[in-house]
Write a protein that binds this ligand. Structure first.
Ligand code: FES
Length: 122
């Protein structure tokens, strides 16, 4: 796919984020911010039977950070914890599909870092 198509995919996830919103009674809730800009993401997880049964996020920030959170939630929803814990930064980056500068990498990986933090006790 060309960069334009990936950019469209990112903008679409920014405009209409998947799994956006607060979750009542999550198993775990974690927040994190990008120290460079202060933008933040909060992730809510419902974990049952070794699976991420449901996931939501809220936050504010640039298109890359918010779109990447949306894309990440779709990648892990309904999946086994073991699988999700095995996901690396590059799995999310390749789903985004565009070349990113180091500053933009921090944007793209904000949700990933918050998710890893949320799962650290599991
Ligand atoms: Fe703040 Fe991208 S500019 S997360």
């Amino acid at each position: 796919m060309s960069n334009d198509i990936y950019m469209e995919f990112i903008l679409e996830n920014y405009r209409n984020p998947k799994n956006y919103g607060v979750m009542d009674n999550p198993t775990v809730k974690k927040s994190g911010a990008n120290p460079l800009c202060g933008d933040d993401i909060t992730i809510y997880l419902k974990i049952e039977n070794g699976k991420i049964q449901d996931i939501r996020f809220t936050g504010k920030g640039c298109a890359i950070s918010q779109a990447s959170a949306s894309i990440l939630t779709e990648m892990v929803k309904g999946k086994d914890l073991e699988y999700v814990k095995s996901l690396g930064e590059n799995d999310l980056l390749s789903a985004l599909g565009i070349e990113l500068s180091p500053a933009r990498l921090k944007c793209a990986l904000l949700s990933y870092k918050v998710l890893k933090d949320a799962l650290s006790g599991f």
